[in-house]
Ligand binder design. Structure first.
Ligand code: ZN
Length: 280
């Protein structure tokens, strides 16, 4: 999965890191990071690649996390100035899959998550004053009222519903991803993950489930979320009805009918593959 980057490690502990000219730096336009484009290859920029170079950018850098011992930084869009070089481009986040270093996708997704949160918390949610960066933790602090805002992570459940040798597979409506999917949805306030499973499955396909078993989890910075995956058995009728605002199609597929693993990035693909191989 995207977070499996051994022997590398993403160290998310907050620290006061001084940027160096050769450190990688993310900057975004919306959810599009700045890349150096080179034919089939894509690279992440360092401070030296940015307009104005290291000197013009080092004081604007926000520490994100480290990959192994190397700190990685962010420059917020409001602090980014100058024209980018002709071989640089703000492009879709998914371009990170064209970068050969295996740690880049989880780093870029997590950078996107933090960038989105920092952009949304420029002002205090209580009194509207401009917030400042905390010196001691990953937080934005209001100098007027003392309100402290921490990064927000939205929990999502992912449901693999099985009926003997069959798995309920879906296709999403209106998303760029057109492959096989499972049922997924954000957890609502006041419910458990298991209740979110039952509600989402009922809402999206009208089925009852039982014996909900935890599978694993995955940080997914594309949607500011943490995805918790579960297997569950069908309980009762297998006749589904689609919520067509969410799903374009659904089908019960046997293990033999499931295609082999198409990506090794998502928890969805990992769950489908483990079912195909008979592990669940
Ligand atoms: Zn305030």
């Amino acid at each position: 999965m995207i977070q499996d980057i051994a022997p590398h490690k993403l160290d998310n502990a907050f620290r006061k890191a001084e940027p160096q000219a050769g450190n990688y730096v993310f900057t975004f336009r919306g959810t599009k990071p700045l890349f150096i484009m080179g034919g089939d290859t894509v690279k992440l920029p360092t401070f030296e690649d940015l307009p104005g170079g290291f000197e013009k950018n080092k004081d604007k850098a926000v520490y994100l996390f480290s990959i192994d011992e190397e700190p990685v930084f962010l420059i917020l869009a409001r602090d980014f100035a100058g024209d980018i070089a002709s071989d640089m481009k703000f492009d879709f986040l998914e371009k990170v899959y064209n970068i050969k270093e295996g740690w880049v996708p989880i780093a870029a997704f997590t950078a996107n998550h933090l960038n989105h949160w920092y952009e949304e918390h420029h002002f205090c949610g209580c009194c509207g004053s401009v917030t400042v960066f905390s010196d001691t933790e990953r937080a934005k602090v209001c100098p007027e009222c003392g309100n402290i805002q921490y990064p927000r992570i939205s929990p999502v459940i992912m449901a693999a519903i099985t009926d003997g040798e069959r798995l309920l597979c879906t296709r999403y409506t209106g998303r760029s991803y057109k492959g096989i999917a499972l049922i997924a949805g954000f957890v609502e306030i006041g419910e458990t993950l298991e209740e979110a499973m039952q509600r989402e499955v009922m809402e999206e396909v009208g089925l009852n489930i039982k014996e909900i078993k935890y599978y694993g989890s995955q940080p997914w910075g594309l949607s500011d979320s943490i995805i918790a995956g579960f297997f569950a058995y069908l309980d009762g009728s297998d006749k589904f009805r689609l919520d067509e605002t969410e799903l374009e199609d659904a089908a019960w597929l046997t293990r033999e009918e499931l295609p082999p693993l198409v990506d090794n990035v998502s928890i969805t693909a990992a769950m489908i593959e483990d079912f195909r191989l008979g592990k669940f």
